[in-house]
Structures are given as C-alpha cells and as structure tokens.
Ligand binder design. Structure first.
Ligand SMILES: [Zn+2]
Length: 82
C-alpha cells in the first residue's frame, strides 16, 4: 500500500478517534475544576481566614468543560450540567 495514501487515511481516523474520545469524556465527566479557585469554590481573603464564594463558578468549584458546554447548547439540556 502506498505510504502517502495510508497516511492520508490514518490522520482523519486518528482525529475522529480523538474527537470521539473527548466527546465521550465530556459526557461522562462533564466538569473540571474551576481555574480561579482550583475547585474549592472559595476565594480567600489576603489573611487566609475569611473567604467569599468564587465569582466565576459561583461557589460550586466546578466548571462545565468546553465539549459539554457545546453539547448542552446543541441539545438545549441545562438541568444536568450548568
Ligand atoms: Zn471558582
């Protein structure tokens, strides 16, 4: 088999596999830690004693992953994952 041709076939297959794997991962694990509060949901004061809720995640400490966000938008489902 022509190596150029097999490469031309293999690359799209690999890209599709990565996309499907990512889509599956976003379906099973729709959240990631909030980057601002590192998943704690708290924003510490400089004294480290007081805290307020993180604004970006509203105190949940979680963020919807990009793939899941897109899925939510496409499907119109918002009850599972905000
Ligand atoms: Zn946060």
């Amino acid at each position: 088999m022509n190596p150029q041709l097999s490469g031309a076939i293999a690359v799209p297959i690999i890209l599709i596999a990565i996309t499907l794997g990512y889509a599956f991962a976003c379906w099973v694990w729709p959240f990631k830690n909030c980057g601002k509060c590192h998943g704690t949901g708290k924003k510490r004061s400089p004294s480290r004693k007081a805290f307020r809720l993180c604004r970006r995640c509203e105190g949940t400490g979680r963020r919807v992953r990009a793939g899941r966000w897109i899925y939510n938008r496409l499907s119109g489902i918002r009850r599972d994952a905000r």
